[in-house]
Design a protein around this ligand. Structure first.
Ligand SMILES: CCCC/C=C/CC(=O)SCCNC(=O)CCNC(=O)[C@H](O)C(C)(C)COP(=O)(O)OP(=O)(O)OC[C@H]1O[C@@H](n2cnc3c(N)ncnc32)[C@H](O)[C@@H]1OP(=O)(O)O
Length: 398
């Protein structure tokens, strides 16, 4: 049985761009600009580790050719010449990796290390520095994959990766937590989550699973479980009313979290999909508790276990959505209503919110912990890894 670890661990563990891209684009390795003649300073193990870290910070995908070269150099630097059996003709990805590594022949480990460091250094110099996330304060604060604005006592956190259907990256989880922390202290009355473009959000970015650390997939599952637990805890503990302005389809964690929101306004274009069964996953975002409570166990099971996708109207009938609006007037109607709500006495709003949430908070934390524990196991399962590999390879990401 092939696990995702076997498929992608060696392939992508050292960079965060999600593997090699289409195997049909396998490069000519000789064309890479290497600084083979460097002798003035020898690269140390620490230099190598720094370079690996640097690669993780790159925002721009360097392309298949470079990623293959980095893979090969890293393997040569850490394990020496390739002595693995040649993969079969149909195993395109592993064959490309094997070819790249074997092409380095008997290049000494130290030289491979040096070439890796030089290659990263020349590419880093040519690329933009990463833009750190900024929490919300007054006015627009952060660009990039997450946009945070504060206006008229409403702080709005917008998923801003329309080309990827607003899938949530690891960095975005961190940025959302920062934005929520800032929003809990700013002068806003309401905090809104919404999406830019056609989608509200397509859930967890499935390429997150390809960024396997040197310690292996178990470590990745462990850190993911911690991240998820902290992320969901931020929603459980958030002290002000949370509003979802669901502008289009919502998938995965962007749906499950809705059970922790106070208001969910949806365009009639929106759909609500938790494909955990097909993905070999189990529910998160406290939905194993909030969904059965809100819609009854059988409707919740249909969504969370069997992956039934709901229309906005169906989600409204189940209590997941507060109100559905025609897409043509959605933004105007929703924002008008929200602006009116901000005129309510803020302390009364906050107190009501607190008495409504406080009773269930302990329970929600316990549910969150249990769900994250179950997912930590699921992420390492053959069922999950095959499903993720299927998604990524269909889209040419492996
Ligand atoms: C650490 C915390 C972990 C928390 C765990 C949470 C669990 C979940 O959220 S599970 C749900 C995960 N999400 C999915 O399974 C959705 C996957 N995406 C899709 O099924 C489809 O992309 C779509 C139905 C959302 C849209 O399909 P459509 O045919 O219209 O567009 P595509 O060509 O597929 O997508 C465009 C573009 O966007 C990329 N993309 C979309 N969703 C994701 C995603 N979730 N992760 C990574 N990438 C995604 C897709 O690959 C395309 O990219 P390219 O243009 O580069 O090919």
């Amino acid at each position: 049985m092939t696990t995702m670890a076997q498929v992608i661990c060696g392939l992508a563990r050292r960079w965060c761009f999600g593997a090699l891209g289409s195997p049909l684009q396998v490069p000519c390795l000789q064309a890479l600009p290497l600084h083979l003649g460097r002798t003035a300073t020898r690269a140390s193990q620490r230099d190598l580790e720094n370079a690996v870290h640097q690669v993780k910070l790159w925002k721009k995908d360097p392309g298949n050719e470079v990623k293959l070269k980095l893979y090969a150099l890293y393997k040569q630097a850490t394990e020496g010449p390739c002595n693995l059996p040649k993969p079969g003709m149909m195993d395109l990805v592993n064959k490309a990796k094997w070819d790249a590594w074997s092409a380095l022949g008997s290049l000494p480990k130290e030289t491979a290390r040096e070439n890796y460091v030089d290659l990263v250094s020349s590419l880093s110099a040519a690329s933009e520095p990463p833009s750190p996330a900024k929490p919300a304060a007054d006015g627009e604060q952060a660009g990039g994959d997450l946009v945070v604005t504060s206006e008229n006592h409403i702080t709005t956190i917008t998923f801003n990766r329309p080309a990827k259907k607003n899938a949530i990256t690891t960095q975005m989880y961190q940025d959302i937590m920062l934005a929520l922390q800032a929003a809990s202290k700013d002068d806003s009355v309401l905090t809104v989550l919404t999406g830019n473009g056609e989608y509200y959000c397509s859930g967890n970015d499935l390429t997150n699973f390809t960024d396997i650390p040197p310690e292996g997939p178990e470590e990745k599952a462990r850190t993911n479980a911690i991240l998820l637990r902290e992320f969901v805890d931020c929603f459980i503990d958030f002290p002000k009313p949370l509003v979802a302005v669901v502008n289009g389809p919502a998938v995965g964690i962007s749906v499950t979290l809705l059970g922790l929101f106070d208001l969910v306004y949806a365009s009639d274009r929106a759909t609500f999909h938790t494909p955990f069964g097909p993905l070999g996953l189990s529910p998160e975002g406290c939905s194993s508790y909030t969904f059965p409570k809100m819609m009854g166990p059988s409707k919740a099971a249909e969504m969370l276990i069997f992956g039934r996708k709901l229309t906005a109207q169906e989600a409204c009938a189940q209590g997941l959505v507060t109100e559905v609006f025609p897409d043509s007037t959605f933004q105007k109607e929703v924002w008008t209503r929200l602006r009116a709500y901000t005129k309510l006495p803020p302390n009364a709003v906050r107190t009501s919110r607190e008495v409504m949430r406080s009773k269930g908070r302990e329970r929600l934390h316990a549910v969150n912990a249990e769900e994250c524990g179950a997912l930590q196991q699921r992420w390492l399962s053959e069922e999950c890894t095959s499903a993720v590999v299927r998604f990524l390879s269909r889209r040419g990401k492996l």
